[in-house]
Ligand binder design. Sequence first.
Ligand SMILES: Cc1cc2nc3c(=O)[nH]c(=O)nc-3n(C[C@H](O)[C@H](O)[C@H](O)COP(=O)(O)OP(=O)(O)OC[C@H]3O[C@@H](n4cnc5c(N)ncnc54)[C@H](O)[C@@H]3O)c2cc1C
Length: 258
Amino acid sequence: MAEDSPIRTEALIVGGGMVGMAAAVALAEGGIATLLIDSEPAEERVSAGYDGRSSAIAFGSQQALDQLGLWAAMAGEAEPILDIRVSDGRPGEAAAPLFLHYDHRESGLAAPFGHIVENRVTRRALLARLAALPLATVLAPAKLAKVERSADGVMGELADGRSIKARLLIAADGANSALRAAAGIPIAQFVYAQTGIVATVEARGFDWLCGQVEELLAASTLLRVRLDQGRATDRKVCPSGEACALAASAAPDRAPAR
Ligand SMILES: Cc1cc2nc3c(=O)[nH]c(=O)nc-3n(C[C@H](O)[C@H](O)[C@H](O)COP(=O)(O)OP(=O)(O)OC[C@H]3O[C@@H](n4cnc5c(N)ncnc54)[C@H](O)[C@@H]3O)c2cc1C
């Protein structure tokens, strides 16, 4: 049963992932009182075990994060993408002789193509920024159980019985957003029918790794990132200090047998 007196806010964001938190920072910075809720406790969402993945933050996204006052807290733990090499071929056969190689020094930007950042680093920076913004409030754990829309906004009900009244509801509840589906907002989906591997590896060198990966997988995209040996105390650093992000994919009938 919802309590009589609802929590009131201008914007209610459901979902405290990277998308929800970034939206909350932008709105609160823009002068809009924002309440962000997530069904998971905040400290759990920044723990090492919660999400061990990294994301490639493109140059434009990095500039957006900078504008939101977030990049300074992330830069020290971000690895710049210096080269991108894309190759094609079939497993079990030699890679196609032609490949694409992009070198950041030739891009004209005088900056890396982007950065590889661990998701928890981004989450930590977002949470810290939200804590510093007077117009932002984070309520977690708090699960939205029900929502009713009307002409002047929404009334949400949490699983614990509390209710929230807001003028705007933002559905940031993940890729398979239940809120988006409930609102009848359609999405376009494509089945790529690809089997993929995404990994970060340390190798004897970028060119050596390209050769190894192409021999094994034929089709791949490799990003060369700089590994800062000074701060990578919790990692095994190979003598060359080269770290690479690897993304390889193939149609299931072309993927190597396990
Ligand atoms: C292998 C892999 C690699 C990827 N690499 C990249 C990359 O390099 N670059 C990139 O940009 N993207 C990448 N992505 C995509 C990216 O990870 C996701 O798009 C992004 O994490 C989605 O963030 P989000 O905030 O929308 O959702 P999520 O991180 O899924 O957050 C949704 C949140 O909503 C909360 N929630 C859900 N329902 C409720 C409810 N009813 N009440 C309260 N809270 C609720 C959940 O607890 C959750 O915390 C990758 C994805 C995968 C799978």
